[in-house]
Design a protein around this ligand. Sequence first.
Ligand code: SF4
Ligand code: SF4
Length: 286
Amino acid sequence: MVIAVAAGKGGTGKTLVAVNLALALHRAGLETALTDADVEEPNGHLFVKPAISEREDVTISIPRIDEELCDRCGECSSFCAYGALATTPARVLLFDELCHGCGGCTMICPLKAISEEERVIGTIERGRTPEGMGFTHGVLEIGEPKASPIIAAMKERLDPGVVNVVDCGPGTGCAAMTTVQGSDVCLMVTEPTPFGLHDLLMAVKMAEELGVPSLVVANKDIPGDTEVKRFCAEHGLEIALSIPFSMETARLTSSGINLVDTGEEWQRTFYSLYERITPMVGRGSV
Ligand code: SF4
Ligand code: SF4
């Protein structure tokens, strides 16, 4: 099972939900793995303190042009949809950071002047927490703009036999879409502000497009009617968990203390979230 934890923007409590859910399931005796796919700013490890035992580079193939063979016909740069190649009368220029490693230019070069070489764009690190829960995160190289290949590589390595809780990067761009795609269910973490509502709307649309069923987690929730509650009611979205706004919760999380470490009640609360998730599994359209 793959449970993606997403949010339309950063700072809504996505990592808080992912970490506490994963720990609650592991402590309840379920084989669980936490994957931090927020590769631009992974911070799940700060809360579960894994011992990293494996590291693996993620690479993409980028073109190298043999100037002796190339006649500057320009077919490669015309083909490249990402603007990574530019043909000048003197040579073909490659802008590494724009190349997506699709291999198309290599295939279409009529003079076979293009070969490929591997470029490291990030690293996947794996290990276990002190209490034995599986942990994986990806780390994007500094200055590297392409998160999706690292996320795709992490998803290929998910163990289908365990409950995978996957913390997505914020937003609804390529990285978040790559993470949510193919998940069994997506938890949308939001907060009761106008910005929270707008970003929830975007995130819900993304999951709908991907055919992944969604449940909402209302973080920093306040009593009474809110726009988020009205929005969820109007769109048939279930608020599966409400985490009330509390200075104590904010203090604990900013000190790196997990809610499930503070008592049985949070352990039960996050396990109940899982019980609300399981009937959704298999309802997606992908
Ligand atoms: S397609 Fe091949 S021959 Fe033409 S400019 Fe590109 S590298 Fe050179
Ligand atoms: S490998 Fe693909 S993305 Fe990279 S330069 Fe060639 S055509 Fe462009």
